[in-house]
Ligand binder design. Sequence first.
Ligand SMILES: Cc1cc2nc3c(=O)[nH]c(=O)nc-3n(C[C@H](O)[C@H](O)[C@H](O)COP(=O)(O)OP(=O)(O)OC[C@H]3O[C@@H](n4cnc5c(N)ncnc54)[C@H](O)[C@@H]3O)c2cc1C
Length: 449
Amino acid sequence: MRALVWFSQDLRVFDNPTLNKAHSAADSVLHVAFLGDLLRPSSMPGLKGVSSNRKQFLYDAIASLKAQLELNGHSLLVINGRACDELGGLIANYSIDAVFAAQQAAFDETQLWAFFDKAYKQVNFHLVSSNTLFEEQTLPFSVAEMPKQFTPFRKKLELSKILPREQKRAIPWSDAINFQDPRIATQINSLATPNRLSGGELAAVAHLNAYFNSKAPQTYKKTRNALQGFDSSTKFSPWLAQGSLSAISIVDALREYERKHGANESTYWIFFELLWREFFFWSARQTGEKLFWKKGRRATAPLTSFYPERFQAWVNGSTPWPLVNACMNELAETGFLSNRGRQVVASCLVNELQLDWRYGAAYFEQQLIDYDAASNWGNWQYLAGIGADPRGQRQFNIQKQTDMYDPSGEYIRLWHGADSLQNVDSRDAADWPILPTKLDAVTRFGPLE
Ligand SMILES: Cc1cc2nc3c(=O)[nH]c(=O)nc-3n(C[C@H](O)[C@H](O)[C@H](O)COP(=O)(O)OP(=O)(O)OC[C@H]3O[C@@H](n4cnc5c(N)ncnc54)[C@H](O)[C@@H]3O)c2cc1C
């Protein structure tokens, strides 16, 4: 049997059930990645596509996957186009009998898969659970009937005591990556540098090891909301988003850490946050195309619109709020932003600037090195009040957030948040009596240079 493995958000060889299944079923396997899908630009008008940070992180991941496959005697076919245009040709040219791919969350990918399954009757299409902690068939509810909010979702999962996939059938690291191989050991060591966010599986392993060899997990719950600091949160998301690291590998390392150093509220909270990721994954499968609708799954859409001038000010970090500007500057420069920073700028876009939340989500899609459709659009919906939040729209008081998370203005100075302060816009400036003036910000955060 000849199989094709279609890599998507599972760019790794270790703990990759898609790869394992294809190799155990087939005599020969063609490994393919479609760059056109992995770097698909956002469909929102006016946005440029994919940032250079996100591109670079993905290229690192592809290069690393290629190298790992080659070390195992295989190759990777990297195609510039999209699967919808190219897969049919590959099936015909290589006489493919079966296609294996990781189950994904978002609507387009699900639709495309259903299309191929229907169109190529002679080919067996296998979707494999590779990105999540739990497999669909082991969830204590059907996806259609899963709780629409996080807390009941989490409680049902925790009460059911179902185990994450890997804990049931452990695969030793060395099955896929030979950690004794000096070429690999040297690469991992050279990547294990704090603050370095390189893409790819080896960098992911290096970071996983470094994080759980540090004391950071002991205090995660206290530090996770910080605006800066490499160890304040785990920073696993960029590798998780591309699948260079599996969520199961993180939970395994976490359990190992707890065995050695003891479990506490902070170590539990790392798992808790991974359940948020899990929630958004299954929720996206449940919501389908509504994940991208302005009204989400509600009956009516928020009363927001699109004002290009305001949106540009938000993107450029030139709003009247130094904290928002600092966050937007960090995002543009690095492709990463803390969870707190994301919440503050998203709330600003929706509540202060009264912009259609989808433009904010699409800009994040363009910029984030950890862009993940389910987590990104799900979190934006949550903040815009048309998603999974029972409390409706959330508004963060920007001044309060600044006082709590950047009391000395260090973060704002680092990311030049007070350098380009501007009023919201000329049209209805009179409607914004509470805006801080440029002078207030200078007094508070020091000279602009
Ligand atoms: C508006 C907005 C957009 C976001 N877009 C994305 C996105 O595109 N991709 C993405 O991975 N996360 C997204 N998040 C969630 C969260 O901000 C990031 O996962 C987190 O900041 C990544 O840093 P970390 O790995 O250090 O997280 P940690 O705090 O260390 O958390 C550990 C892991 O738990 C998961 N996690 C934590 N919080 C969330 C959450 N709220 N939703 C889903 N998973 C979570 C992530 O996988 C994360 O790596 C978004 C949040 C907001 C408010």
